[in-house]
Design a protein around this ligand. Structure first.
Ligand SMILES: [Zn+2]
Length: 292
């Protein structure tokens, strides 16, 4: 059964939480390539996936957020796109078994179309190859996340649709402006996301990162105002990051995050998980709030 069938039965699904901050907790140092850990620290990566599955998630992501050739080039690894992405999906699939969904994570390339850093075709080709490797390793979903540029996001969605048979999720990162509007770093609104990402072929849309769970309620309402049907996914941070003694901390406890779940459901969410600072304990509490 595909995740879309699952969602059509009016179920609310639970995704995993943070990977980046979890890798840091496992000892990854600044300057290390997270995706190389799929080879050099396979056990630790597998352990992250297993921890979230034990917490009850239905969807587990992969350690491939920076797995595009542009991101890997920063570490001199651009010739290992296929291997590193395929392995990330093999690891999450190993942890998930057959009955859970594996969502291959695809993040921004860091290249700006607007600045002429890169051509549309180069982006399309890079996203397509990454997605294909994730599918080969066992992903049934491609999740394109933390996007802020509509054009880059739309190219990524089209490439994932055309290079794979996977369900495609697209989430963007918004923050609230002084005027009280939600905008991405590149100025995109949730309304624009809905229209453009549906056009590009995204099956599921939503928002991740940037906000704690309370702010996400407003984003879901905006999406639902203009689209009653498209499944919506939310992965909130464990609150807004704060700098304490040179360390980034996320203060929202699992219980605090879980307390907003009923309102998020009322607003019309379909998939809930976590982003930066969330842990298996956060996912377990959110699961309880979903009646698990
Ligand atoms: Zn995040």
């Amino acid at each position: 059964m595909s995740i879309l069938d699952d969602l059509r039965q009016h179920k609310i699904l639970l995704s995993d939480g943070a990977w980046g901050t979890f890798l840091q907790a496992k000892g990854i140092e600044p300057g290390e390539c997270p995706e190389l850990w799929n080879i050099t620290h396979r056990t630790e990566v597998l352990n992250i996936a297993s921890s979230y599955l034990e917490a009850g998630c239905d969807i587990i992501e992969t350690n491939s957020f920076g797995g595009s050739r542009f991101k890997l080039a920063q570490y001199g690894l651009s010739d290992r796109v296929f291997e590193l992405n395929e392995t990330s999906a093999l690891i999450s699939r190993e942890a998930a078994g057959k009955n859970k969904y594996v969502a291959g994570s695809v993040g921004p390339t860091g290249k700006m179309l607007l600045m002429g850093d890169v051509t549309e075709y180069e982006l399309y080709d890079a996203f397509g190859n990454q997605a294909a490797a994730l599918e080969k390793g066992g992903a049934d979903i491609i999740i394109i996340e933390t996007m802020s540029d509509l054009d880059e996001a739309s190219i990524a969605v089209k490439a994932a649709r055309e290079y794979t048979k996977c369900t495609v999720i697209l989430t963007m990162t918004f923050s609230k402006t002084l005027k009280g509007e939600y905008r991405t770093m590149m100025g995109a609104t949730p309304e624009e996301m809905v229209v453009e990402m549906k056009n590009a072929g995204a099956h599921i849309i939503g928002s991740n990162c940037g906000n704690g769970i309370e702010e996400m309620i407003g984003i879901v309402k905006i999406i639902r105002n203009i689209d009653k049907d498209i499944p919506v996914m939310i992965q909130a941070n464990a609150g807004v990051p704060e700098l304490v003694d040179g360390k980034t901390v996320f203060r929202e406890s699992p219980q605090m995050m879980a307390s907003f779940v009923p309102e998020l459901i009322k607003a019309g969410v379909n998939i809930i998980g976590g982003c930066c600072g969330t842990t298996p304990e956060h996912i377990r509490e959110i699961g309880k709030a979903l009646g698990r």
